[in-house]
Write a protein that binds this ligand. Structure first.
Ligand code: TYM
Length: 329
């Protein structure tokens, strides 16, 4: 039996190159070796207010981008989190074994909470729902970008705590491993290479959206923040140049440091633009093809849900039994 893989992306903002190089690309590469489930995590998205009409269309856009990025719906299950009730149900059961101190320590919670006047309970519970996503399918491997590592550690802690409280000597939940890509685990903002590239950053030149037109992405890369050196010094790349190099190498694995040594920054940026464009052009073409037929997307999501629902229902049943909750005989 193949080991199971689970990962997810929030359907908010514009999916960007960080999401692709940190997650989607890796998913596409490993999917055939595992039983893979890739999820559009809309319940996570609503931990911050989302316009309902926009959210509905973002869910479809995200599903289409999964396929456009190389996730094969026949090989992997593409699902929407709120379509499978087990995610929310298991999250409650896991919440009840999770000390609040563990959640308050989460870096992403602290950063997001600082920006808000009233902090919703959902924001604090966010990583428990994430643990539920993974444990619901007993996934052994979770391919993510580096920013999710802390949440994955918490998932392991929750799984172990649940196992020791309710497992009666058995491991009820598989304790999952984090799978980071070799290159591209942490792509930084183009306007500020000290900040992670993020969907919520506001700068117009911060992130490359997967659907950016060629002239838009060229312009963003050509304007990327670097340093005052004239040419690439491969022994001592500043953060901006290092980030652009990582992007080029993650887009095209044949790229080496020697290839860019002593390149003037203008030429180096053009080199990066070419690699990014070559990577994104087929994704954008496939995206247009997939979105031409809304019925196809609905079919993919229906099929994905039908495939994984029995796994989710079984986990809910065994978890309820383990906790002594009511299940009809
Ligand atoms: P999200 O939607 O913020 O990001 C989706 C994926 O993209 C990766 N990523 C990056 N990788 C490299 N460089 C970056 N700048 C960058 N920005 C984002 C993220 O690491 C992630 O892999 N909480 C998750 C979604 C989630 C999930 C899960 C993931 C919910 N349940 C269960 C795995 C398993 C999130 O908000 O990802």
């Amino acid at each position: 039996m193949k080991a199971r893989v689970f990962s997810g992306i929030q359907p908010t903002g514009q999916l960007h190159l960080g999401n692709y190089l940190g997650a989607l690309k890796n998913w596409a590469e490993i999917q055939s070796h595992y039983e893979s489930i890739f999820c559009i995590v809309d319940l996570h998205a609503v931990t911050a207010y989302q316009n309902p009409v926009e959210l509905r269309s973002k869910i479809r856009e995200t599903a289409a981008l999964f396929i456009a990025s190389g996730i094969h719906p026949k090989e992997s299950s593409i699902i929407v989190q709120s379509d499978i009730s087990g995610h929310a149900e298991l999250a409650w059961m896991l919440t009840c074994v999770t000390p609040v101190g563990w959640l308050q320590r989460m870096t992403q919670f602290k950063v997001k909470a600082e920006k808000q006047e009233t902090v919703g309970d959902g924001l604090l519970q966010y990583p428990v729902l994430m643990a539920a996503d993974i444990l619901l399918y007993n996934a052994g491997i979770v391919p993510v970008g580096e920013d999710q590592s802390q949440h994955l550690e918490l998932t392991r802690d929750i799984a172990q705590r649940f196992n020791s409280l309710y497992g009666a000597g058995r491991d009820l939940f598989v304790v999952p491993a984090t799978h980071l890509p070799l290159v591209g685990a942490r792509i930084m903002g183009l306007d500020d290479p000290t900040q992670k590239m993020s969907k919520s950053a506001i700068g117009a030149h911060h992130a490359i959206a997967l659907l950016d037109a060629p002239d838009v992405l060229r312009n963003k890369i050509m304007r990327a923040t670097t340093d005052s050196h004239p040419a690439v010094d491969i022994e001592a790349m500043g953060p901006g140049i290092q980030n652009l190099f990582n992007i080029a190498q993650a887009c095209d694995e044949t790229v080496t440091k020697e290839q860019v040594a002593f390149m003037r920054y203008g030429d180096f940026k053009k080199f990066v633009v070419e690699r990014v464009m070559a990577r994104l052009a087929p994704i954008q073409a496939k995206y247009r093809e997939v979105t031409e037929d809304p019925a196809y997307l609905d079919g993919v999501l229906r099929e994905g849900a039908a495939r994984v629902r029995p796994i989710a229902e079984e986990t809910i049943r065994t978890t309820k039994r383990a906790m002594g909750l009511y299940t009809a005989e």
